[in-house]
Structures are given as C-alpha cells and as structure tokens.
Design a protein around this ligand. Structure first.
Ligand code: DOR
Ligand code: ZN
Length: 346
C-alpha cells in the first residue's frame, strides 16, 4: 500500500447545474473538495449578483448534512452586464470571478458575448478591482476548424485583450493545447490556466476510434496526443499558473447518448484518484498538491485549506461506480479506460 496526504483540494471550474441534478452531483464534489468555482451557465444564466446569491443559497441547501463546502460564485458575462453590479457582488465577497462565454461556444452560451467592445466597461472595472475573468477560450466562427478554435482564440481575442488591459486578471479555462499551456506560462502573474482531469487522460482518438464515445465528448474537444502530453507536462510542472479545474459537467445519459449529444465529462466522482494515477505515472506525486490545492488559492488570493485529504493506492484496482443515479436521471462517471488503484480514503 502507498499513500499520500494533501491539503484538501479545490476545483477551480465546476458545473453543478440546479434542482434534481444539483442535488445528485453536489455530494460527489463536496466529499473531496473544500471549494469550487461554480459555473454560471444555467438556464437562464446567472447574470446578476442577486441571481448568484440565490444560486449560492440553493447550493448550500442541497449540501449533504455536515458537509463543509464553499461554493465560489461567478457571474455570466453578457453584453448587458452592469459594471456596478459586478463591482458590488465582488465587494460583498459573493462573487469571485466573471465568466466569458463567446456566444455559441458551448452549453447554454447563447446569451454570451458576441463582441468584446460591448463589455469593455465591465472588463475595465474588473481590471481596476482585481476580479478575475474566466474565459472559455474558443472562437466560434464557422470557418475555424473545431480543433483550431483554442489557438485562434488566443491569437485573435485573448492576446489583444490582454495587451489592451494588462491589469485584467484572466484564467484560461480548461486549456487543451500546447499553445494554451505555453501562452499561460509566458503570461506573468495576471494569467492562470485550469486543466481538467479528462484532458490529461484522453486525446481525440479516444472519442472517435472504434466507434463514437459520447461520454468522452466535451468542449473544448480533446486534441491530438502531442497536446495531451503538453498538458501533462504543464500540470505536473508545479508552475503556479496551472491549477485544477475539473470542468466536471454532468448531463443525463439520455442527452449524452443522443443524435446531438451534449458536451461534458462527469469526473467529480473519481477525479482525485485519477489525478493521483496520472501524477504517479509522471513521477510527480509530490506536485499533485501544488496543482490541486495550492496554486489555485494563490491565483485567486484566497487562503489554502487547512484540512487534509488522504489518497491510498492498493494492489487491487478500486471499483468506481459506472454511473450515479440522480433524480434527473443517470449520469455516467468518466471511465479512464484503465484500472485505477488509487482512491480517496478520508
Ligand atoms: O464540455 C463542456 N461542458 N464544456 C463546456 O464548456 C460546458 C460544459 C457544460 O456546461 O456542459
Ligand atoms: Zn465548463
């Protein structure tokens, strides 16, 4: 048996949804994580401080008895967002970031941003008060190939924005490319990047070879193997700009296994065990704590967690559930396709 103990991790990018789905998936995260940045792409989206406060209350009400979990709320940026509302929600401590979805880029992004000029007053206010902008970094123009959308976003949207507003603190969410990892590393203290668990494990072949695997389809879509390897090097590097954001994104099976399947991998249940596996493979178990528990709080200027999480590796593989059963329907747990010997023990 092998074991490691970490400061309790945080998830810097999480979808909890609402209602029956929220109730079903929240324990999967609160079991292991102390805090999470909660994505605002509900229907309708969480746009105002008032809506974020109400959503936070629904999350707290859905927590299992005795769970110690703090939802860190975000606002969904629209071309109608009021800079004063954002500033007030940040000043009260309720809101920790604002999320930029380019309109049409992903699940429930229809109300997102078509043209950054319309949101410059909000971004200028955020730069002034130090409130991070979380970016879904993909362009949506039909002529741009889906596998190129992240790299084109960096060149045509993110870099010009950061040159115009160097004080703006930005998180490149769920980077999937070598270009993303390199850009984040070169960006200085105002730039961070989250990396998901699944993008460390799958490349695009896993989605497409031998039949289409809808449970591996997420956005940004997994890229070529060289990009997966670059993400692994980044995650295990210990560099402060990289931190865990699982993008665990539940959809009921009926909507994943569908002619037009939803994007999202549900990894909340086994993320920490999978990360221990990956970091051990990379000879970097001693850097898992930096990635999952230290670098994120440092970027968000929050204290690290004082409680601990213990991971144990046994000779026999651990049996994770294939699915969790929510009142909204079954949700398939991400299957890495290899046996996992690690699991969280406490
Ligand atoms: O795969 C994804 N699922 N990517 C996103 O950007 C959104 C998310 C969701 O909300 O389902
Ligand atoms: Zn997401």
């Amino acid at each position: 048996m092998q074991e490691i103990t970490l400061r309790r991790p945080d998830d810097w990018h999480l979808h909890l949804r609402d209602g029956a789905m929220l109730k079903g998936v929240l324990p999967e995260t609160s079991r292991h994580f102390a805090r999470a940045i909660i994505m605002p792409n509900l229907v309708p989206p969480v746009v105002t401080g008032e809506q974020a406060a109400a959503y936070r209350d629904r999350i707290l009400a859905a927590l299992p008895e005795g769970a110690a979990f703090e939802p860190l709320m975000t606002l969904y940026l629209t071309e109608g967002t009021d800079p004063a509302d954002v500033a007030a929600a940040a000043a009260s401590g309720l809101v920790k970031a604002v999320k930029l979805y380019p309109a049409g880029a992903t699940t429930n992004s229809q109300s997102g941003v078509r043209d950054l000029t319309g949101v410059m007053p909000v971004l200028e206010k955020m730069a002034e008060i130090g409130l991070p902008l979380c970016t879904h970094g993909e362009v949506t123009a039909a002529e741009v190939d889906i596998f190129d959308r992240e790299a084109v976003f960096i060149d045509t949207v993110l870099d010009p924005l950061r040159r115009r507003l160097p004080e703006l603190r930005v998180v490149m969410e769920h980077i999937t490319t070598r270009e993303g990892a390199d850009y984040a590393a070169a960006g200085g203290p105002n730039l961070g990047a989250t990396i998901t668990t699944h993008h460390l494990i799958i490349n695009r072949n896993h989605i497409l070879v031998g039949g289409i695997k809808p449970h591996y389809y997420c956005l940004p879509v997994a890229k070529r193997e060289k990009h997966r390897l670059a993400l692994r090097r980044a995650a295990v590097s210990g560099k402060g700009c990289y931190f865990l954001g699982t993008d665990s994104a539940p959809h009921v099976d009926a909507l994943k296994e569908h002619a037009c399947g939803c994007a999202g991998c549900f990894t909340a249940t086994n993320t920490m065990a999978l990360l221990a596996h990956v970091f051990e493979q990379e000879g970097a178990l001693d850097r898992l704590e930096a990635f999952a528990s230290l670098n994120g709080p440092a970027f968000y200027r929050l204290p690290v967690n004082e409680t601990r999480l213990r991971l144990v590796k046994r000779d026999q593989p651990h049996a994770f559930p294939d699915k969790i059963f929510t009142e909204a329907g079954p949700v398939t747990v991400f299957n890495p396709g290899f046996p996992v010997h690690w699991h969280v023990e406490s």
